[in-house]
Design a protein around this ligand. Structure first.
Ligand SMILES: [Zn+2]
Length: 290
């Protein structure tokens, strides 16, 4: 029997409870803390989830990603100048806009390499639950997962601030398409792998789009939670499934909240208190249920 992890970015504990979305709430559920990660940047939190430890301790932080973005953004020649200058100053170089105009800095280069830019360093991949499961001879399916191999949703993360309603709507449609395609891909591979790591950023994007939270926005957001429930049920109605989010949404301040949501349709081998407890939870559950 395959074991499924559904990573649903931004899925909020309070909304799941308030709206009583049973398919996401599942039988066992709760919150877990992500307050050890500051700022709350999505790939860093998912890395903590995968390695069962705080990635900042190993140098994987928002600063690491910022530096990598700059290295990919600069023209190959300037790249070395940039590296050289950065060894002398820790401050950001305020010349980027000027370089963009000269064609020496390119946001497209960053966009095209975003999966590599945001991926955790190789040493950390070796500490991840993926490496541990493979060591125990399990076959692992992992696609578009932040900090690991996310070439799909990471592009969207580059630009979420100040989007117009029209762009939000277009992007939501696109994310919904990816969300469905990834579940179909998972299901069509269900007999070929043992453990599945699925991820979608659909709910997080919907929260950013409808965070004004008037009556109409609430109704829209509710419809996305219901869509997500339907998609989750395609797998959780058949297989042991852990649903987990990297944070919720604080609608008062319109920022990510420092705790995430989890739920299982099986008795969890332990009750997770922080994002770093899931590596053990999954390993124990896989040994027990597979
Ligand atoms: Zn997130």
């Amino acid at each position: 029997m395959p074991f499924i992890v559904l990573g649903i970015d931004g899925l909020d504990y309070n909304l799941v409870k308030r709206w009583s979305i049973k398919g996401l709430q599942q039988k066992y559920h709760g919150t877990h803390s992500v307050s050890m990660i500051k700022p709350l940047y999505t790939p860093i939190i998912w890395c903590a989830f995968l390695i069962g430890d705080n990635p900042v301790k190993y140098g994987y932080s928002i600063h690491y990603i910022d530096r990598k973005r700059a290295l990919y953004g600069y023209n190959p020649i300037l790249k070395y100048v940039y590296k050289f200058l950065r060894t002398f100053t820790k401050r950001k170089l305020g010349v980027r806009d000027f370089f963009v105009k000269l064609g020496l800095f390119s946001y497209n280069r960053i966009k095209n390499h975003v999966d590599k830019i945001e991926a955790m360093p190789p040493e950390l991949k070796k500490k991840s639950i993926i490496a541990e499961l493979k060591k125990r001879n399990y076959k692992v399916w992992i696609k578009a997962f932040p900090a690991y191999n996310d070439a799909i949703f990471a592009k969207g993360r580059l630009m979420t601030i100040g989007l117009s309603n029209k762009i939000f709507r277009e992007r939501l449609k696109l994310y919904e398409k990816y969300t469905r395609e990834l579940i179909s891909d998972l299901l069509s591979n269900i007999n070929k792998y043992d453990v599945f790591f699925y991820y979608t950023a659909l709910i997080d994007l919907a929260e950013h789009a409808f965070c004004k939270f008037g009556l109409r926005e609430k109704a829209y957001l509710y419809s996305y939670y219901k869509k997500m429930e339907k998609i989750a049920l395609e797998v959780s109605s058949k297989y042991p499934t852990l649903i987990v989010s990297d944070h919720g949404f604080d609608f008062k301040n319109k920022i990510h909240s420092d705790y995430g949501f989890w739920s299982t349709n099986f008795v969890p081998p332990l009750v997770p208190k922080t994002i770093m407890d899931f590596k053990k939870l999954i390993l124990d559950a896989v040994e027990k249920y597979l």
